[in-house]
Each structure stands twice: as C-alpha cells, then as structure tokens.
Write a protein that binds this ligand. Structure first.
Ligand code: AFP
Length: 324
C-alpha cells in the first residue's frame, strides 16, 4: 500500500486556505459516511422540491448542501458561497478572503442505484470591500480559481485537488479517518482511444460534434485509423476521474433537445473546477470555440458546452469546430 503522506499536502497554501479545504474535506467525509450507509441511513430517494435548475432534489442533494454550507461558513474565511442547489448566493463574513462554489452532489440520478456520485468545489478570491450579498462577486473566470477539487464517493472515497501546482489525488483511509496522498502528480496521457458522451442526444448535436463522433465510430476503417471505446457514467465526476486515471475525452456538447436549455453543465459548479483539475494534470478543456477557464461568467448558474480530457484528442475534436 502507498502512503506518501499522512495528510493534505498543499504546497505554498496559506493557513486559512488549508483550514477551508479541511472544512470541505470534513463535510465530504460525513457525506461519504452517509452514502456508504445507503438504505440504512435514510438518505436515498427524492424530496418533493425542485432546485433552481428545475430538477427534483434528492435527499442526498439537500443533506450534502447543508453540510457543506454550514462547515464552510463556520471557517470565517469565506465571504460568500454559491451552490448549484441554491437560487441565490449565501453571504458569510464580509472580511472573508474566499468565495466557494460547489455542486454538493454531482450525478444525483446515480444515488438510488449505488453508482458513482461526488462533490465538486471551487475556491475563488473574494474582492475586498465588496458586499457579501452581491452575487456578481462570483462572476470571475476560471483562471481566477485559487483551488478546485472533487470528492468521488465510489468503492473508495477519493479526492482530486489542485491549488494551481499540479493535480494530486488522495484516498480516504476509513480506518484512520483521513485522506492520504496517493498520487503526487496526476498526468493525463495525451493520446486516447476512449470517449464519453451521451449518445442518446446524437441527433440534437450541432454538425461539428456529429461529424467528430461519426469519425470515431468508423474506427480502424475511418479517418482516425483506430477503434474507439465508449464509457458513460452519467456523473461528470466519475467520467473526469476515469480521464485523470487513464485518459480519454469527455463531451457534453450543445444540443437542441430543449431549445430553452441548449447547454447542460454549469460553468461555476462543474465546468470550471473540472477544467482546472484537467489542465493542471496536462489535459485540455474547451467549449469547442474557447478555453472554458477564459469564459467571463454573466450568471452564477450559467451553463456551457464542455469538451475536456487528453490533450491531443481534444485538439482533434477542435479541428471539427474550425470555421470552414
Ligand atoms: P445531476 O447531478 O443533476 O444528476 O447531473 C449530472 C450531470 O450534470 C453531469 O454530472 C453528467 O455528466 C450529466 O449530468 C449526465 O447527464 P445525462 O442525463 O445526459 O446522462
């Protein structure tokens, strides 16, 4: 068994940042415990409520949101939080140095089938002197992120974390009760033959993605000259984790299934933190037309198209998005 370090290793991070990340970790350990109890802890199933995204909230969505919110605000170093599950941002300490955005439970449709789910978070600088109740303080591009990570509740509970100096992976040691550093530097292979996309939306995609996937599916006999394999977990956290472990490309492109909602993934809670982790592990992340982390957000609940993963494969996909 590899035990590289007994605790979080955050090169160059100051004490307040370390404390904040420890609070997020504490909430995630509690979520991990409850997820692990399954049916026994009365956390499965739905509530009668819809969240701001118009989705029915699962009990675990609500429990995870409350745990994260309480523990993060208790630190005193956070000016405000923004959660995928809350309509408005929640103010904290006006003197706080940080803003935190999070998706408390990504992949909630997997909760009731005992499949992969996770928590995704991002830490931004708080503009000093700003009004903590003003949601526009969150409208910063992904390049401003100080740290980002996810905790994956799978057969093992794992955390991927970046503070801008590479991406590290930690595993929760349930006997000791803490996360141990298990991968010092995650490195995504540049080349892959594995893709992740919800193929049931194929007929609604724009031509660029239609053509790209059509060429992957032609395999050895097609223009790519090799066979591709497909995986879809229905939880971005699971798909991105696989990519951090062995490479691949993940896409949730724009589609015309519901013209009122052409993009599915949220910039602040999913796309930006995952892009930061992937780029820090040597991968790439784009909408097809621009680097995700360069997008200037206009709304805290904004959605964007996402294409990320192995660098050379993302570049191949980008060629299909070039103007003719
Ligand atoms: P939920 O957290 O609301 O279940 O959504 C998960 C997600 O935003 C993302 O994690 C998945 O990649 C994607 O949705 C799955 O969407 P499909 O419904 O198209 O499989």
């Amino acid at each position: 068994m590899r035990r590289l370090a007994p605790a979080l290793r955050l090169d160059g991070a100051d004490a307040e940042l370390i404390d904040l990340i420890k609070s997020i970790v504490a909430a995630c350990k509690e979520i991990s415990f409850r997820v692990g109890q399954g049916e026994l802890s009365d956390v499965l199933g739905s509530t009668l409520n819809e969240n701001v995204q118009g989705e029915t909230q699962k009990k675990l969505d609500v429990i995870s949101n409350e745990l994260l919110k309480d523990l993060i605000l208790e630190t005193g170093s956070v000016m405000a939080i923004s959660s995928e599950e809350e309509e408005s941002t929640v103010p904290g300490n006006p003197q706080g140095k940080y803003l935190v955005t999070f998706d408390p439970l990504d992949g909630s449709s997997n909760t009731d089938i005992n499949s992969l789910i996770g928590t995704i978070f991002s830490i931004l600088p708080a503009p000093q002197g700003a009004d903590p109740a003003d949601p526009s303080i969150f409208l910063q591009p992904g390049t401003a992120q100080i740290a980002a990570g996810y905790v994956l509740y799978g057969p093992a509970t794992l955390m991927a974390l970046t503070t801008g100096k590479g991406t590290k992976m930690y595993t929760l040691d349930k006997t000791y009760g803490g996360f141990l550093l298990t991968t010092e530097q995650v490195s995504i292979p540049g080349v892959t033959s594995e893709f992740a996309i919800n193929m049931s939306n194929q007929r609604y995609w724009q031509p660029a993605m239609q053509n790209y996937i059509a060429d992957l599916l032609k395999g050895k006999e097609g223009p790519r000259g090799k066979n591709f394999n497909m995986r879809w977990i229905a939880a971005m956290v699971g798909d991105v984790h696989r990519i951090l472990c062995r490479g691949g490309i993940f896409a949730y492109p724009r589609d015309l299934k519901d013209p009122k909602k052409p993009d599915k993934l949220r910039l602040m809670y999913e796309a930006n933190p995952m892009s930061f982790l992937v780029e820090q592990a040597g991968g790439a992340s784009t909408t097809g037309y621009e680097r995700i982390m360069k997008i200037q957000p206009v709304d805290i609940h904004q959605r964007v198209p996402v294409i990320l993963g192995s660098k050379h494969e993302v570049e191949s996909c980008l060629q299909y998005h070039q103007p003719m």
